[in-house]
Ligand binder design. Structure first.
Ligand code: ZN
Length: 306
């Protein structure tokens, strides 16, 4: 039987570092990207093209880009762009793929982007047009797909409508994000299955972006896998969160996710030893212990189970 495969996108240089108290210099962030690449991580979210005045952790991303090789498909790097200005910066820096973010709850979209969901979508139309002109591919992230701290559970119909809009605009992937770590596994199973079914005709790539805020992150990853999701965002060491949501700390950790998939015989293409070494290096750079468990506990499945 053919091995099942997953694509793991490490978001530690972006979602992770954006919410750490310690701000890492561009050369350290570049080294983090290099170590992830060397461990075999196929796609890395290298940062966010935002105003460094507001997000100093993401400053000098262009400088990092100058050291990266975009000559292949360029699909190995992605970065967040909040708006047209961010997109232009990303395109000028050589990015071949970017990610747009919208939040499924009005309140949280307003808190994050100071505009309504409809206004965000209108902005995306401009970005999508520019992306087509400049040959840059883009994915869409739907924040708070599973719940919002202000509005509670988000109606699935709202998420489905946004997923359809993003795909219609040309998004090559749709990531359902549990921005504040509120999702439950049964809910993840239902919503992911619904979105996959709804976008089956467009052959859209559907992924999940999970946070382990309330310790349901890995159960949620498994639930998503069970219904056919094959793209997973995670961060090295489990660092990160959402700076706009109080207490939203910690993406699911890449090494713990790889370990789980190894044990299930699912291929991620990632070398767990190298990943654990990178994580312990990152802990040193941040001067603290990181949430990931593999590295603290001896990994049982260093290699993929047969
Ligand atoms: Zn996140």
């Amino acid at each position: 039987m053919e091995k099942q495969k997953v694509e793991i996108v490490d978001v530690s240089p972006r979602d992770g570092l954006q919410n750490e108290c310690t701000i890492l210099a561009p050369e350290i962030r570049l080294e983090l990207i290099r170590r992830l690449e060397q461990a075999g991580v196929g796609t890395i979210e290298i940062g966010s093209f935002v105003n460094p005045k507001f997000v100093p952790a993401m400053a000098n991303l262009g400088e990092i880009c100058r050291q990266l090789d975009f000559s292949g498909t360029g699909r190995n790097y992605t970065a967040l762009v909040p708006n047209l200005k961010g997109f232009e910066l990303a395109a000028a820096a050589g990015m071949r793929h970017v990610r747009l973010v919208i939040v499924a709850s009005e309140t949280l979209n307003k808190a994050n982007f100071k505009c309504s969901v409809a206004e965000s979508l209108a902005g995306f139309e401009q970005v999508a047009a520019r992306a087509r002109e400049s040959g840059v591919a883009f994915g869409g992230i739907i924040g708070a797909s599973f719940g919002c701290p202000y509005e509670g559970r988000v109606p699935p119909a709202q998420v489905l409508a946004l997923a359809h809009r993003l795909v219609a605009l040309g998004a090559d992937e749709v990531m359902l994000a549990d921005t504040t770590g509120m999702a439950m596994p049964d809910q993840v199973e239902r919503l992911c299955a619904e979105v996959i079914a709804a976008l089956a005709a467009q052959r859209s790539r559907i992924g999940v972006h999970l946070h382990n805020t309330r310790n349901t992150g890995y159960a949620n990853a498994y639930a998503a896998y069970r219904v056919g999701v094959r793209i997973f965002d995670s961060s090295l060491g489990g660092i990160g969160g959402c700076p706009f949501s109080p207490n939203a700390l910690g993406n699911i950790a890449t090494e713990d996710l790889v370990h789980m998939f190894n044990g299930m015989g699912v291929e991620s293409g990632i070398d767990l030893r190298a990943l654990v070494a990178a994580s312990s290096w990152l802990a040193g750079q941040l001067g603290k212990a990181l949430p990931a468990m593999i590295g603290k506990a001896e990994p049982v499945f260093l290699e993929m189970a047969a």
